[in-house]
Structure formats: C-alpha cells, structure tokens
Design a protein around this ligand. Structure first.
Ligand code: S3P
Length: 429
C-alpha cells in the first residue's frame, strides 16, 4: 500500500527555507571537478540526483567530501581524472547523464554511463549527435540514443550549433565539451533556457559571450576552483507557492529562493492568475540571484502559458496544472511537448492523475487545457516514479475532500528529500 495523504484541509502558515537548487548543485560538482584547485560549495542539495553526480566524479578519482549542505571538491583538473573501474551510474538524473556525456567526450578517459529504468528510455541523441559532430566517440543503443553509452574521450573540434530543442541540458553538454575543444563554439538557442552553465563558467573564470540567444565559448580555457553559494530551488519552492495560493487561509514565506530570470516563469504565471504575492530580491552573496517570496491564498483566474515562457517553468507544469484546477476559467498550456520526454510523460501523467481527483483537464499534443475551478476529491494516485508528479499529488491532497493514496513517495528524494518534513512544519490542521 502507498502513503495515505489525509491532510483534512489545513491552512498553511509559516516560513520555509528552500533547499538548494538541483541544477546549480549538479553544476557546482561538475565545475569543481573540471577546475583546478579546491572548490567549496555552500547550500548544496543532498538529493538522490545530485548524489549520483558526486558518485560519478568520485569514480573518476576526484576527491569530494560532503558535510550536510557543504561540499569540498579537490581536483588537479580534467586531465588528472582516472579511468573509472566501474560503470558510472547516473540514477534518475537527466542532467547528470547529458552533461557528463559532454564533459567525458573531451576528456582523456574511457567510461560507460548507465541510468535507472526511466533514464534508459530518455533520448540522448539530442546530445550525442551534436557531440559526434564535434568528434566525440560514443557507442550505445540505437546509435547512442539510449544508455548504457560508452564514451571514449578524445580531442574535439568547435561547432556552430543551432539548437532544435529548447534544452539547457543539451546547451550545457555542448558548452562543457566546447571548453576542451579546438576553436570557438557557437550555440544558437531556439528559446532561452536556464543559463546556470553560462553563469557558472564565468564564476569559475572562463570567458563566455552571451548575446541574446547566441552563446560563444573559446576552447582551451581552464577553470579554477572557487566558492559556490547555491540558491534555493525555485522548482521546489513552486510546490509551496501553489499550496499557499490554493489552500484557503494560508500565508507562507519562502526564503533563499533562486530568482534567476530564466527560471521565474512560475512567478509570472501566479501574477497573471492574480495570486497575492510579494518578492524581495535583496542582495545576496551568490553568483545567482536569490530572495524571499511571500504568498497568500486568494481567488485566481485562468491564463495562457506558451512560447518563451515554457523553458522558464518547464519543471513546474505539473503543479501549475493543479493550480489551474482552482482558477476561474480556462488555462491553456501549449508548446510544452518537451514534457513527454521528462522523467515520465508528464502530459499523460498530470492529466490522468488530476482527472482521478475530479479535475476538468484535457491533454493536447503539446500541453493541456484545464477548466476551473473544480472541487477535488480523494483517490488512488501514482507518481509514475516521477518526483514532481509525486509532489503535485501531495499538494493536491491538501485541498481534496477525502484522502489521497500515493503509491510511491520515495522518488521525491530525487529533488526534495525534506519535502514532507517541510510540509508538516507549515501545516496547521
Ligand atoms: C535542467 C534542464 C531542464 C530541466 C531539468 C534540469 C538542467 O531539462 O527540466 O530538470 O539542469 O539543465 P531540459 O534541458 O531537458 O529542458
């Protein structure tokens, strides 16, 4: 039997310090391992995905020590890595798998990468194809579309690449390979995706030029170990932003939230829906923007979400769909076909699970349409082993008239191991 989420319609009150950003935590380890010298990380997210990244680099001989949210990485640079005796296991993490493919392609080691059942079905050609154009050597199922993939590190050449998808993982894999390639690489984005790699390259001392959607990076640059402050993950904060907005009589304050402009689409959507919120992006000591968000429950109205907003909130769409079930009128989510290749097909998963609770929601080819407001009732839900579907179900259960049973909550540790602990700390039933 799964976990019974019987929250009897509480109101949510209090303050939560949002744990570290998953994307920035992964990159802090990767950049620390590529760079020469010591890197210290503060606010690291100790989640399953980020620990998979640490495990991969430990197998490459990089010295990494973890003490809660603090991590120290000592490296003599990419040239000093050892050939791993074991297969590099990337778990459930698309970011680990795709960025590692880019990094390993230009290294001087041979290695094999494999992920869990979900990763083994997720498309890798979006990175292996451009990396092969740079000269990378991969062997894997269906022409290196799926893991396991063997990588023979080799000398790479720069590329001029027009991205066919809006994906920060693809962009980052190419940029990380470009760092060790001969010549200047140019990446042209379709839509601007999260820019943590560009920001962190600069933070580690590389020169990179970003002009609108065109990024240029010269090969042969060395990274130098430094101190990284990881902001809280706005994708994790999103669950409590939605909870605060839809659970009657709630008032939440979320501190330490990353406010990088390429990630704040959820704030734009809440504002467009009429949510009561405040944002304070006070000074901070991170190379990324961060601040505090206050949210209160209020009446909401439907909105349209598409175009260049999609990459700025791609991971928040499951919980935005839940939010839309409580908004007056129609919410249309379009241009979001990328949802089909996430940890699970998130269009099908969101629509199936919210329908079980009585939502008026229809799947479309590139998103979904939700008509609200609809009172939700309980039901037996599945997370499909996808952390964000699991958390969406848990937040939904706060407003259902009867309990929700969720088959798997363990998957939530992929990005938010303290999710239930934090939820319990603001629940006032
Ligand atoms: C991520 C990029 C996004 C996002 C994922 C993390 C990253 O994936 O969904 O959770 O850290 O670069 P895509 O690049 O596939 O859009």
């Amino acid at each position: 039997m799964g976990k019974i989420l019987d929250y009897a319609q509480p109101s949510l009150q209090g303050t939560l310090r949002i744990p570290g950003d998953k994307s920035v935590s992964h990159r802090s380890i990767m950049f620390g391992a590529i760079g020469e010298g010591t890197t210290t990380v503060e606010g690291f997210l100790q989640s399953d995905d980020c620990l998979a990244t640490i495990d991969c680099f430990s197998k490459l001989g990089v010295e990494i020590s973890v003490d809660g949210e603090s991590v120290q990485i000592k490296s003599d640079g990419i040239g000093a890595w050892q050939e791993p005796r074991e297969i590099l296991y990337t778990g459930n993490s698309g970011t680990t798998t795709r960025l590692m493919l880019g990094i390993l392609a230009g290294s001087n080691v041979s290695s094999v990468l494999i992920g869990d059942e979900s990763i083994q079905k997720r498309p890798m050609k979006r990175v292996t194809a451009p990396l092969k154009q740079m000269g990378a050597h991969f062997i894997g199922r269906e022409d290196a579309q799926f893991t396991p993939i063997a990588v023979e590190g080799t000398k790479l050449n720069a590329i001029h690449y027009q991205m066919p998808v809006a994906s920060a993982q693809v962009k980052s894999a190419i940029l990380l390979a470009a760092l060790h390639a001969e010549g200047e690489t140019v990446v042209e984005e379709m839509e601007t995706s999260r820019d943590h790699t560009e920001k962190m390259l600069q933070h580690f001392g590389a020169e990179i030029s970003v002009d609108n959607k065109t990024i240029r990076l010269k090969g042969g640059q060395k990274l130098h170990g430094t101190h990284v402050v990881v902001p809280g993950d706005i994708s994790s904060a999103a669950f409590f932003l939605v909870a605060g907005a839809i659970v009657p009589n709630s008032k939440l304050t979320l501190t330490n939230v990353g406010l990088n402009k390429t990630r704040t689409g959820i704030i734009d959507v809440l504002q467009a829906m009429g949510a009561k919120m405040s944002i304070n992006d006070s000074d901070n000591n991170s190379h990324e923007e961060m601040g505090t968000i206050g949210i209160e429950s209020s009446s909401l109205k439907g909105t349209e979400i598409g175009g260049d907003l999609i990459p700025r909130l791609i991971d928040e769409i499951p919980v935005i769909a839940l939010l839309a079930t409580q908004a007056e009128g129609k919410t249309i989510i379009k241009n979001a076909e990328e949802l089909k290749v996430k940890e699970t097909n998130r269009i099908d998963a969101v629509v199936n699970e919210l329908k079980k609770l009585g939502a008026n929601i229809t799947a479309t080819d590139d998103g979904m349409i939700i008509e609200g407001p609809t009172p939700l009732h309980g039901g037996d839900l599945t997370s499909y082993g996808d952390h964000r579907i699991g958390m969406m179900a848990a937040i939904a259960s706060l407003i259902t008239s009867s309990p929700v049973t969720l088959d798997d909550t363990a998957c939530i540790a992929v990005s938010y191991p303290t999710f239930f602990e934090q939820l319990d700390s603001v629940r006032n039933s």
